[in-house]
Design a binder for this molecule. Sequence first.
Ligand code: PLP
Length: 424
Amino acid sequence: MIPLERVRADFPILGRTVQGKPLIYLDSAATAQKPRQVLDALRAFYERSNANVHRSIHTLGEEATELLEAARDRVQRFIGAAEREEIVFTRGTTDAINLVAQTWGRRALGPGDEILLTEMEHHSNLVPWQLLAQETGATLRHIPVTDEGYLDLEVLDRLLTPRTRLVAVTHVSNVLGTINPVARLIARARRVGARVLVDGAQAVPHLPVDVRALGADFYVFSGHKMLGPTGIGVLYGRREVLEPLTPAWGGGEMIREVWLDRATWNDLPWRLEPGTPPIAGAVGLAAAIDYLEGVGLDAIRAHEVALTRLALERLGQVEELTCYGPRDAEAKGGVVAFNLAGVHPHDLAAALDLDGIAVRAGHHCAQPLMRRLGVVGTARASFYLYNTAAEVEALVVALLRAQDLLGLRPSGLSGPAGPRASRT
Ligand code: PLP
């Protein structure tokens, strides 16, 4: 059980009002709020130890270096990586995926090779591979999504062939919430000799993740979705896979020796971290991990399952409302995407904002998935450790109110009500 009152008191932003109403923040899948402990760690770093790392002999420089490298150790333990050299700090998930594409991908792929993605990927796990395929002549293939919102693994044997060099798949969908069977996918990919990158942006903040138990070659995530600051992310790569990589970007820190016309490379992980790293970001991320582990990932997961179950049940009672993705709360992360018939999701989000409720609306950086669902976009409520059952109830009440408002006032927020879709 989560000590909810105590947890909520740790998040200063939850004390504010929006449009004169107490804030109900249901957009943690986009970015999570930050507890005082993370804010304090950032402030302490800037007030006491701020300096650049690795290059200075003075006390502050050494303190900053120790904090950065201690954060790396913290991340290593948190995700069960075998070695600290396997943890590369990046700017976020997007940066980490592009880094893999531009280092490992350029080296490993050629014409006729295949990259296997899925129809439910975030643009971050589609576009870098599209760019790489254009550059190398590789071909993209995609695992389809079933009507229930799961990956269609029936066709995997056809899609996964000895030509497949990489499988890149999200651990948890940022729209449907689906928790994909990544361990199974990795085992299958291994059999044809393919590498696997797992996009853990929606998983690491919410579920216990052990990269070694999964067997992933690459596993990536963002600090800001797990209570940490923006501007920091992680690329985990198995040492054996990272070791042969030459840098994609040059600059300070990633070199061993530089001449006017050439350079040699530093060891891992610094070889892949050109320039000044996100030092404060790493300090904040370590504090975020401390916080998450203090509450417990199992407790966080159980809390989110309970909220998601309640949300699915209560939203299911709203007339003309369609939910997307698995109906089983155990099979999904704390994400519920939905549409109200005849109301554009942007109008719905604007109406909910009048009640102080923050939900995301739009294509959620997953336009191919929107096409698969046959919609232009959806509204999305996403939950985290600080959300309450009362907030889920408030969402439902606000939706009913929005429905009344929009339906009764054709010239109001959304214009005339459109065709009424049946509830699926
Ligand atoms: N992958 C998934 C599944 C996401 O949900 C997100 C962010 O919403 C990203 C990748 C991109 O993360 P970032 O913008 O932090 O790089």
